[in-house]
Each structure stands twice: as structure tokens, then as C-alpha cells.
Design a protein around this ligand. Structure first.
Ligand SMILES: C[S@@+](CC[C@H](N)C(=O)[O-])C[C@H]1O[C@@H](n2cnc3c(N)ncnc32)[C@H](O)[C@@H]1O
Length: 796
């Protein structure tokens, strides 16, 4: 069991938890040698529709309801540590030697030769189950969930329920024996261990289902096939031509098959019961298929998330929308007498993007939009076989125990001479043509380097082909879900270097609203970015000249975006777009020789973008000299980009991007300069760094803050200008004017450059930070207290 919770659904108001609407969990109950479960349903126990947070306290493993404690059992399996606990005897389950069947709970003292043979018992047992031996492991039904009057009811499963699973298993065994072609025996790509979990011990696609799920699925496939024939016959009877009737049946069956695929995404062994909603989560949520220790098995005919009926209805509404968009009316059928002009028809071609052989060679386009894969982000080919093997069955016919082409044959069969030969899986047939990074696709000995080269080659090819299809004044639009510098490099290599296109603009898809940044407190620059490309690169430029041009453009664009109130990724990506537009205008950037894309991005594009933003805020803050040191640049950037957020957190990708852009060493920023602390704590695991900034105008709190930054206020020893700034802010808050000035002079005598930069930052912050940032108030005080001599020192 990975999770004993059945419902842990809270009630939120304005993002804050104010109560609980459903609280229920399971408890194991051992009766003789049998495991049963007991359901603890707090709504039932207390006869309450909902609870306020004062009535119950809910923790991971404990609930206290009206002062009464309830303990939710811990998961009894921990795959990462290869450990499990027996629910019957509480013993630890660890490793088995498959050659002797002996179990080992401890391996430290064992000889190496034995250790190498050991397999985690759970993995071993699941593997055995998948080989047909269910003496060590088998699925067990624990709880039934019913929807009655829109309310979820939980009931323990009975022996009868379990029997149904057993009966289904017998039926599946029979179908396997008679080699029923509707059971997908196709192999799973065993090399794809990152996104397809190996722990289930499954080697063939049908093994991702329990017998009842599988039997239902096979039955639905057979019904869809039967329906497709019925539809065709019906249309023929109505007097349609053979061709029309066939095409109509093809269309309807295709959508039935699509709905079926969506349904299986909610009805296989990797579905999670999401107790927080509560509902079923679809199995490919994490862009992969991951082992779930408890899964959900849903009645296809129920009206609930992910059932066959629901997915079918969703398909119908999606289709109605598409038809209405294409034809202007949702009521027109696809095969009505053609009331539409030919221009309104959309044609859809499925083709290899690196070749685009199906397009008319004379045709060119005004607009091409593409969403290319990124590195190894998703192994599309391997994952989509999860659906493919079922789509193939729903859309093909069966003759003499074999699948034969019926609908869309070119998707599931290939022509060899005059014969159609079945494509077993996509991964076996097409993996090498996918624009993606997955070295084992190239062979068992392929290295990461081989994989990277392959990915870049295919990405380049696809851009070159697209460019050849683009009119001279046409636009190519790319969607790309990464700000990771490597992602940009790959894209620039393909679009700019290989296909000679230039970027003219870029936008983040999810734009930032002030509330979002404030509420989330996270930069999370990882977002889809739309880049707009055009033809027309020309000439050479020296890298130094290019760098100054980029900084100039970036600061102009940065200032414009900043003045329009843009923050977060809007500001960063918008400015980056300006930098890229300058860089990609030229055919070649030269230093001693040609500057490659890696160098260009790392040493020039990102730094120019960051410098541009810094210049932009200095301009808005009317400060003439620049903030130059790395800690100060980083501090100003984060304060400005995330202005408004109470806590300023960076994900690791954001941190990497800022560090490349500023040349700052992040370890040094944390351990030496103490500008950031590591991590965001329990609540935000994806946070790598949190900015340390003053949060209060209260003297004691400010002292606490300085202590967190390892700064002492009496004899401060400054490590950087951010220290100078914070100490000056403290003095400005706590000391009378004369005293402040004296301390300022003392500091300046000791640390002239730190103080100079700190005062520049104070000026910027006093002008550009929002009112609610206390550092704005602190900096305004610093600036107010600067006498004429200081202003003179600053050169104005
Ligand atoms: C980032 S995804 C696009 C997702 C899509 N925009 C959507 O919202 O569903 C990239 C897609 O490119 C496809 N792809 C990879 N290599 C390809 C190739 N050589 N030809 C055509 N498509 C390819 C992948 O299968 C994947 O579906």
C-alpha cells in the first residue's frame, strides 16, 4: 500500500485552508490469515458534511477530530529503499536469492557474489506474477467507491468482489491460450526505464492492466469493431455509396478508439486515487508510467472521472467544437453535401517533420507553428505505444486470428510489396526518427554524446525543411517549454545556425500577473515560450560589437517592459527576446573565428540580457553609475524581477540561468556572501534558493535578519555591497541623522566601493520597488539621510 488515505479533501478560501469536506482512510485488519480493511470515515462517524479547521487537525498520519486522535497507517512499501513491511507479521521484506528462494533482510555482511544475485523481493514477486505465477503476489481489491446522491461512499470489498478478479483472470488465461489477437502482447521498450517504471515487472503492454481491466478493455475493443461494421451497414442501407459509408464508419470508429484510449489512461495499474480531490488521476500525469502501489479500477459505465462514458462524452463535445470551428456550425456533419467552400476545409497530414514528404513540393506557407520536443523530456514514441497497441486493435479487423488493415491502415501497417505488414510497436519502428534524446534507441552501446548529436541533427533537419516551406515574408512560430540555456542553444543551432532564420520576438505563454508572482513567490521561469522567426539573416559582426548592441537593445526593451509594470518571466523573456533578435540578425558572429552557439548564449546572450535589465532599472531609478559586482547584480535582479513577492524563491533552473547571466557563483552567494539561503523548506521542494532580504521595519526583526545574514551591526565586517546596503538600512532606521552620517563615513573609509554600490542600489530601490516592499521604505530613509557631500560623492 502506497497510501491508506481515501479522502483528505480540504476547503480553501482565497488560497487558504479553512476546513475539510471529506476525511476518510483505510486500516488493515488481519483476520486469521486474511487481510481485510476497515474504513474509518470521519464524516460518517461525526455525521458531519464538513469540518472547520478548529474541529479537526489533519496531519500526514494523524487526525485529531474533536480531540479524538485517529492514526492513518503508514505506507508499507518504500521502493526507493527497496523495502516493504509485511502487514501480517510486521517483518521487513527485503531481498531474495532467486536461485535458492532464501530471503535476506540485511545484506551488509554478505559476500559480493551472493549480493549480486539478490533481487528486491517485491520486484521479484511482481515479475513472477507477470510470468503467470501468482503464488507470491497478486492484486487485491480493498475498497469500493460508490457515488450516491453526488456523495462518495466507501465500502470494504468482499470475497465476492475478489472472486470477480479471479474469474476475470481465468478468462484472460483462456484468451491467451487461444491466442486472441485483442490482447496486446507487444513488447514494452525495456531500455526506457526513466519514464516507464520497471518495477511492475511488466514486459508486454497488456501487463499494465489487472485481469478485470484487461477483460473490459478487450470487450470494448470487440464492441467498437462490431459497432464500426454496424455503422457501415446502416449507411449503406440508407443509400450512401460504399466509399462514403466506409469513410463515415472510419471517422466514428476513430473517435470511439480515441475515447477508449483516454479511458484506459484512467483504468490501468498506474492510476492513483487522488485522495485530495478525491478522484482518479490519469496514469500518464507525470509524463510517464509510474508504479502505483494502489491503483483504481473503474466501472466503464459509471458517470465518474475517466470512465468510458465520460471520455466518450468529452470526445463528442471536443469534436463538436472542432467541427464548429472548421465549418462555422456545430450542427453540420462532416459528410453533409458540401455546403462549405474548399478553403474552409482543413487537411491534416501525419508526417515525419524532418522530411515533410507529403507536402506538395511547390507549396509554401505564410505561417508555420511547431512545438518541437526538447532533449529527453518525454520519450513520445515509447510512451505512446501504451495507446498505440489498443488504437491499432480498435481500428483494424481480425482475420484468422490476426489483425488485418481496416481503418487508417498506414498508421498500423506498412506496405511491403503488395502486402500490408503489421507494425508491432512504434518504438521498434520509428524511435530513431523521433526528434528526441534517448541514446539506447541508437543501440545498446550508444553514448550520451551519440544521442545528443542525433537529437540535434534531427532538430536541425526539421528546421531546414520548415524553412524551405516558408514564404520569404512568412513566419515560423516555435513553442518551447524551457528557458534552460541548453534548450535555447539547441533551438538556436537548429533555427539560426542550420536554417538561417532569425528570432524577431518571444513571449512567455503563461504571463505573470502580479498576484501570481506574489502568491507563489517563485520565479519558475520554466514555461512555454513562443519565439517568432523570420527569414533574412545577413552579414558578419564581431562579438564585441554585437555584445554592446545586445545590451543596448536589452536595456531599451527592459526599460519599456519594466515601465509597463511587467515582472517575472514577462520581463526576463521579453528582454531575452530583444537580445536574441539582435544576435540572430547576423549570419555569423566572429571573434578570432566563428563564435559557436554555446559560447554565444553563455558568454553573450544571457549576460547581455541581465545587464540590459540592470541598466533598465538604473535608468528608471535615474542612477547614472552601474551596479557591477555579482552579489549586487543578483540581488537587484531578483528584487526587481520578482518585485511584489513577499518571499523570493528560485527554482534550480532559474538559479542556473541567473548564474550564467551574471557570472555569479551560486555557492559563493550562499556560503560566502549569504545573499541567498538554500531551499524553500517542506512546502516548496522545488525551490533551490531563497533571497535574504529585510521583511520588517521593526528594529528587533531587522537585527534578526542581519544576524541571519551573519552581519554584526556594531563592528560590521562587510563582504560585499549587499552587506553595506543592509547595514546602512539598519542605521537609517535606528540612528539619528548625525549618527547615521558618521557611521556612513566610517564605513566608506573602510569599504569605499561597497558603500558606493550600496548607495546606488538604495537609490534604485527607493524609486523602483513597490510600496509594500519594506526595503523601499528603508532605502528611501537611506537616500533622505544623504547630505550634500554624499550627493557630491555620487556625482550629482
Ligand atoms: C512537445 S510535443 C508537442 C505537443 C503538442 N503541441 C501537444 O500539445 O500535444 C513534440 C511532438 O513532436 C513529435 N515528434 C518528434 N519527432 C517527430 C518527427 N520526426 N516528426 C513529427 N513529429 C515528431 C513527438 O511525437 C511529440 O508529439
Amino acid at each position: 500500500m502506497g497510501n491508506w488515505w481515501l479522502a483528505r479533501a480540504d476547503i480553501k478560501k482565497n488560497g487558504k485552508r479553512v476546513g475539510w469536506k471529506r476525511l476518510a482512510f483505510m486500516r488493515p485488519k488481519i483476520i486469521g490469515d486474511k487481510l481485510e480493511v476497515e474504513i474509518v470515515d470521519l464524516n460518517e462517524i461525526f455525521k458531519k458534511k464538513r469540518f472547520t479547521i478548529n474541529e479537526v487537525e489533519v496531519d500526514r498520519e494523524k487526525i485529531v477530530a474533536f480531540r479524538q486522535p485517529y492514526h492513518v497507517p503508514k505506507p508499507n512499501v518504500n521502493a526507493r529503499n527497496e523495502q516493504a513491511t509485511c502487514l501480517h507479521c510486521n517483518n521487513t521484506i527485503r531481498y531474495i536469492d532467486p536461485t535458492t528462494g532464501k530471503h535476506y533482510a540485511e545484506t551488509k555482511k554478505l559476500p559480493k557474489s551472493l549480493k549480486e544475485k539478490l533481487v528486491w523481493y517485491v520486484r521479484y514477486a511482481l515479475g513472477k506474477y507477470n510470468e503467470g505465477d501468482s503464488s507470491l503476489a497478486k492484486p487485491k481489491l480493498l475498497v469500493k467507491v460508490k457515488v450516491v446522491n453526488k456523495k462518495l461512499l466507501f465500502e470494504p470489498c468482499t470475497e465476492d468482489d475478489q472472486t470477480k478478479l479471479e474469474l476475470a483472470k481465468q478468462e484472460i488465461e483462456r484468451l491467451l491460450k487461444i491466442k486472441d489477437p485483442d490482447i496486446s502482447l507487444e513488447p514494452i521498450p525495456m531500455y526506457e526505464t526513466r519514464r516507464i517504471t520497471p518495477i511492475l515487472g511488466a514486459r508486454r503492454w497488456y501487463q499494465f492492466f489487472n485481469p478485470r481491466q484487461l477483460l473490459t478493455l478487450v470487450k470494448l475493443i470487440k464492441l467498437i469493431r462490431k459497432a464500426s461494421k454496424g455503422i457501415e451497414e446502416e449507411k449503406l442501407k440508407e443509400g450512401w455509396s460504399k466509399e462514403e459509408a466506409f469513410r463515415y464508419a472510419e471517422v466514428v470508429t476513430t473517435y470511439l478508439a480515441i475515447a477508449l484510449c483516454k479511458h484506459i489512461d484512467y483504468n490501468f495499474l498506474c492510476n492513483l486515487w487522488d485522495c485530495n480531490i478525491p478522484k482518479i488521476s490519469h496514469g500518464l500525469t507525470m509524463r510517464g508510467i509510474a508504479m502505483m502501489w494502489n491503483w483504481v479500477d473503474v466501472n466503464p459505465l459509471a458517470d465518474f472521472t475517466g470512465t468510458w462514458i465520460r471520455t466518450l462524452n468529452q470526445c463528442i463535445s471536443g469534436l463538436s467544437y472542432l467541427v464548429s470551428v472548421v465549418s462555422g456550425s456545430s450542427s453540420s456533419t462532416l459528410f453533409s453535401d458540401d455546403r462549405r467552400s474548399s478553403e474552409q476545409k482543413a487537411s491534416v497530414l501525419l508526417d515525419d517533420a524532418t522530411i515533410l514528404a507529403k507536402l506538395n513540393p511547390k507549396e509554401s506557407f505564410d505561417l508555420i507553428i511547431t512545438d518541437p520536443p526538447y532533449y529527453d523530456d518525454v520519450p513520445y514514441v515509447e510512451l505512446s505505444d501504451f495507446y498505440y497497441v489498443w488504437l491499432k486493435r480498435a481500428l483494424s479487423d481480425v482475420e484468422s486470428g490476426h489483425l488485418v488493415p481496416r481503418f487508417l491502415p498506414e498508421a498500423f501497417f506498412k506496405k511491403v510489396g503488395n502486402r500490408w505488414v503489421e507494425v508491432r510497436t512504434q518504438w521498434e519502428e520509428y524511435a530513431k526518427r523521433e526528434v528526441g534524446l534517448n541514446p539506447p534507441r541508437l543501440g545498446p552501446n550508444a553514448t550520451m554524446e551519440n544521442g545528443l548529436r542525433h537529437f540535434q541533427n534531427l532538430l536541425n533537419l526539421s528546421f531546414v525543411v520548415m524553412s524551405s516551406k516558408l514564404r520569404d515574408d512568412g513566419l515560423l512560430v516555435t513553442y518551447y517549454a524551457h528557458t534552460d540555456p541548453n534548450a535555447w542553444k539547441a533551438l538556436l543551432k537548429a533555427g539560426w545556425e542550420a536554417a538561417n532564420l532569425r528570432i524577431t520576438n518571444a513571449f512567455p505563454i503563461a504571463t505573470e500577473s502580479a498576484q501570481r508572482v506574489t502568491a507563489r513567490g517563485k520565479l519558475a521561469l520554466d514555461t512555454s515560450i513562443i519565439a517568432v522567426w523570420r527569414k533574412g539573416v545577413e552579414g558578419l559582426i564581431s562579438v564585441d560589437e554585437l555584445y554592446s548592441l545586445m545590451v543596448e537593445e536589452a536595456s531599451a526593451r527592459g526599460a519599456e517592459l519594466f515601465s509597463r509594470g511587467l515582472i517575472g518571466r514577462d520581463l526576463v523573456i521579453g528582454t531575452l527576446a530583444a537580445t536574441l533578435a539582435v544576435a540572430t540578425r547576423y549570419k555569423e558572429v566572429r571573434d578570432v573565428g566563428r563564435v559557436d552557439v554555446d559560447t554565444l548564449v553563455n558568454k553573450y546572450v544571457y549576460p547581455a540580457t541581465m545587464k540590459g535589465i540592470i541598466r533598465a532599472v538604473a535608468k528608471v531609478g535615474r542612477v547614472s553609475e552601474e551596479v557591477k559586482s555579482s552579489p549586487a547584480i543578483l540581488y537587484v535582479l531578483v528584487k526587481v524581477i520578482m518585485r511584489g513577492a513577499k518571499k523570493k524563491n528560485l527554482t534550480s533552473n532559474d538559479a542556473i540561468m541567473l548564474s550564467i547571466g551574471t557570472g555569479a557563483d551560486l555557492n559563493e552567494m550562499v556560503n560566502r556572501f549569504r545573499v541567498f539561503t538554500k531551499g524553500g523548506g517542506e512546502e516548496s521542494r522545488d525551490v533551490a534558493l531563497t533571497l535574504l532580504e529585510p521583511q520588517s521595519l521593526d528594529k528587533a526583526k531587522l537585527e534578526e535578519f542581519l544576524a541571519r545574514r551573519w552581519l554584526n551591526t556594531i563592528e560590521p565586517r562587510l563582504r560585499c555591497s549587499v552587506d553595506a546596503l543592509h547595514v546602512l538600512e539598519y542605521y537609517a532606521l535606528t540612528l539619528p541623522l548625525e549618527e547615521f552620517r558618521k557611521r556612513l563615513e566610517d564605513l566608506r573609509a573602510k569599504y569605499p566601493s561597497y558603500v558606493e554600490e550600496a548607495l546606488a542600489m538604495a537609490r534604485i530601490f527607493a524609486r523602483v520597488l513597490p510600496e509594500k516592499d519594506v526595503e523601499k521604505t528603508l532605502c528611501s530613509r537611506v537616500v533622505e539621510r544623504l547630505g550634500p557631500s554624499v550627493l557630491e560623492f555620487l556625482g550629482r
